[in-house]
Ligand binder design. Structure first.
Ligand code: NAI
Length: 257
């Protein structure tokens, strides 16, 4: 009975920013649980390769190119996916960028807006388009990828744009959960620590940064993408049926210190 709650057989899941990193690992996790997974990303060639890779493992996957910063593009992608798959049960808002090492006093308008546009506006456009259809059907689950950066201020890198965008994602999650909770749509967030992906690989060439990152973590290491994908699987599945508006830290204990 309990393990069955993690099964996603017959469900359709859409993941943004799924060509690599946490999004790609999440695609595999949800597909392994039985979902039909539509991978989306702004970069078409890596997206196609990621989809082919999962297809080669025997999973039921599809892809749709999507830049989450275009609200019209999000609605068009939603409509195209619904046309092919009938409806969407699970949405994972994973697409995100970081432009770090910019002290606030010298951060340009462009760098501020670019990060907020992907990390916050993009999440809202997707929640609105996919969430509206979920509300009409009276069921659906949304998982937003936030960050421990929404709880703490990272160091030593200055990234007020990223930190503020992720805190906003957490509160957007709670706001939508409150609005939609009685109408069958659950909205939760996962808040990861530093995870080994393209986004963070520059730290391997910077022992000082690595010392701050791993050393600031009680578990004394960075996380892996599968360790976030399994939390997202939990939040996307019936195993978390009583949870909405939760921000689940998966941070190796980082915020304890
Ligand atoms: P990544 O850089 O490896 O992958 C991000 C993916 O998002 C890429 O495939 C990229 O093409 C896509 N993307 C970027 N802008 C997009 C847009 N406008 N529209 C659609 N797709 C777009 O990043 P990673 O590390 O896998 O991060 C995934 C999520 O996890 C992000 O929201 C990130 O902020 C969050 N996160 C990552 C952490 C880390 O240490 N790697 C820690 C905490 C949160």
């Amino acid at each position: 009975m309990y393990l069955d709650k993690f099964k996603l057989t017959g469900r359709v899941a859409v993941i943004t920013g799924a060509a690599q990193g946490i999004g790609l690992a999440t695609a595999e996790a949800l597909a392994e649980a039985g979902a039909t997974v539509v991978l989306t990303d702004m970069n078409l060639e890596p997206l196609k390769r990621a989809t082919e890779g999962l297809c080669g493992k025997g999973y039921n996957v599809d892809h749709e190119q999507l830049d989450v910063t275009s609200s019209a593009g999000v609605q068009a992608a939603h409509d195209a996916i619904v046309k092919r798959h009938g409806s969407v049960d699970i949405l994972v808002n994973n697409a995100g960028i970081a432009i770090s090492n910019h002290p606030a006093e010298t951060m340009t308008d462009e760098i501020w807006i670019k990060v907020v546009d992907v990390n916050l506006n993009g999440v809202f456009w997707c929640c609105r388009s996919f969430g509206t259809a979920m509300l009409e059907r009276g069921s659906g689950t949304i998982v937003n990828v936030g960050s421990m950066s929404g709880f703490i201020v990272n160091r030593p890198q200055e990234q007020a744009n990223y930190n503020a965008s992720k805190a906003a994602v957490h509160h957007l999650t709670r706001s939508l959960a409150a609005e939609w909770g009685a109408r069958g749509v659950r909205v939760n967030s996962v808040a990861p620590t530093y995870i080994e992906t393209e986004m963070t690989k520059y730290v391997y060439d910077d022992p000082e940064m690595y010392r701050h990152w791993a050393g600031g973590t009680p578990m004394n290491r960075l996380g892996r993408t599968d360790e976030i994908a399994s939390v997202i699987l939990f939040l996307a599945s019936d195993a978390s049926s009583l949870m909405t508006g939760s921000i689940v830290l998966a941070d190796g204990g980082y915020v304890c210190w």
